[in-house]
Design a binder for this molecule. Structure first.
Ligand code: SAH
Length: 477
């Protein structure tokens, strides 16, 4: 049977795709249905049909799945952010565990029995909303010409107005309303992607969960004006913003490029500190109790800092446990950001070296080490795939343990190859994309390592993303 556009069908959703979409089959014909939950019986309309499969729109849930919950956010279907908000949190955890295992088996070509044996259960959150410490809101204009903020609708650049995303902190709303009020009052225009005109592009807000400090960074399509300021009637905006409780740092970031990259390279502080401080603490035991000493971190607008601080503490604790340090080891922390993992490792290692591509992050990392009185760390700015081979070939550096935490695209081939030549006893791979993790682990395991432990950590509830930590060990030790 073949189906065509606009056909209306009833289908039972029997599977979930990697992007969280429901998958249903009718006589071997596959339907991909966004927003349908596994176990639902749904009425769908075909939007795009191919010979053996089609993309269909969810029209009506006929029989709700036992895993279906009422999504608390009114915008969840339009917004691209929370793909699986209509799925119970327990089922989300199962989905994430299956996704990691599936990638390790299908992309990494590991035996299913091995994966089932070594993978520990995904670490979930106690509170699966309001967990993000960072939000980047695009600014636009509505039909009446009023400035608005919100989120891009899935796969588009249409802004869905929303000042109170449920993944973020409740303070965001007051900050956004203050900036919108200023824009309206002073007739400051939002940036328009189509024409490249207008001034205000994005608003970045970061909140220190333990310090409560707030950072606001306004991304503008402009530079310093003749009066030395960046924004029209800048003082009136600053006067309003600094009244907000715990406001610590207000800055602008210049981005005049006509791309969809959010942040530019230059940041200027308008009021307060250049950075905010936050602290994280190691957790131990089955229930991940906070133990040990807090480490304080300064975070700049351009530095990477994990967005879910509570789960990050669990993630780092697992990484530290997997690293198996006794105090004697030399450790490399590649893709180290502001040195968060490095400083935890340093408390249990002889020496830690961190490598990171963003210069501001390394500046933060060095200061963070000094401020916490941690002396056995050294940081280098550059690409992991350039710094590591360079140090290895020219200086013969050594590693007992290497920790990597690359962005979604995974490690560069040269980086993997250098690690294999350095032959550390253990490699701890922290990954935000289990597909590239599986690809890289295959290379490392073919090069003499074996998979020993692995665990998912849910840093991004309601979304299809999941973080994974894996320990691999050299076979001939
Ligand atoms: N380990 C840190 C940061 C992880 S995010 C933490 O947990 O906070 C990944 C980091 O890799 C980012 O800071 C990014 O700037 C950096 N990065 C991206 N490509 C890189 C490369 N080729 N070499 C080194 N660092 C890189």
């Amino acid at each position: 049977m073949e189906y065509k556009k606009n056909d209306i069908l009833t289908v039972t959703i029997g599977d979930i795709g990697n992007d969280g979409e429901g998958i249903g089959k009718i006589d071997g014909f596959t339907l991909f249905v966004k927003d349908a939950v596994i176990g639902d019986v749904v009425l769908v309309k075909i939007m795009k049909a191919k010979k053996h499969y089609a993309y269909a729109r969810l029209e009506k849930v006929l029989t709700p799945s036992p895993f279906r919950v009422k999504p608390p956010c009114a915008f969840h279907r339009q917004c691209g952010g929370c793909q699986i908000q209509a799925m119970s949190y327990e089922r989300q955890m199962q989905f994430k565990e299956d996704k990691i295992k599936g990638n390790l088996i299908h992309i990494g070509k590991f035996e299913e029995s091995l994966i089932d044996r070594i993978m520990e259960p995904v670490v979930g959150m106690e509170e699966a909303f309001h967990y993000r410490n960072k939000a980047q809101f695009p600014v636009g204009t509505d039909k009446e010409g009023n400035p608005i903020v919100g989120f891009y609708a899935g796969r588009t650049h249409t802004i869905i107005e929303n000042k109170d995303c449920l993944l973020g902190v409740s303070e965001n709303k007051e900050i956004l309303e203050t900036i919108l009020g200023y824009m309206k009052r002073e007739k400051v225009r939002a940036y328009k992607e189509e024409t490249g005109e207008g001034l205000i592009r994005h608003i970045l807000i970061r909140t220190g969960f333990s310090s409560k400090q707030i950072m606001v960074c306004i991304v503008i399509n402009g530079g310093r004006m003749t009066n030395g300021r960046f924004l029209p009637q800048e003082d009136t905006l600053l006067a309003d913003l600094k009244k907000i409780k715990n406001m610590t740092s207000i800055s602008v970031c210049i981005n005049r490029e006509r791309t969809n990259v959010i942040m530019g390279k230059e940041v200027y502080t308008l009021w307060g500190e250049d950075r905010i401080t936050d602290s994280i603490c190691i957790r131990e035991g089955e229930d991940f109790r906070r133990t040990g000493k807090e480490i304080f971190f300064k975070v700049s607008p351009l530095s990477f800092y994990q967005v879910n601080p509570i789960q990050t503490e669990k993630l780092y604790s697992i990484a530290l446990d997997y690293a198996g340090l006794t105090g004697e080891e030399t450790v490399w922390d590649l893709y180290c950001g502001i040195g968060t993992i490095s400083l935890f490792l340093a408390q249990k290692a002889k020496k830690v070296y961190g490598v990171e591509i963003v210069p501001q992050a390394i500046r933060d990392a060095k200061e963070n080490a000094a401020n916490n009185g941690i002396k056995n760390v050294e940081f280098f700015v550059g690409k992991a795939e350039e710094v590591l081979p360079d140090k290895y070939e020219k200086e013969g550096v050594y590693a007992d343990v290497i920790v990597v935490d690359p962005p979604r695209k995974g490690c560069d081939a040269v980086c993997l190859e250098t690690m294999l030549r350095m032959k550390p006893e253990r490699i701890v791979y922290v990954s935000c994309d289990s597909a590239t993790l599986a690809r890289d682990l295959r290379v490392l395991c073919d090069g003499g390592y074996e998979l020993v432990r692995g665990r998912g950590v849910d840093q991004f509830g309601q979304t299809v993303h999941v973080e994974t930590v894996v320990l691999i060990q050299r076979k001939d030790t």
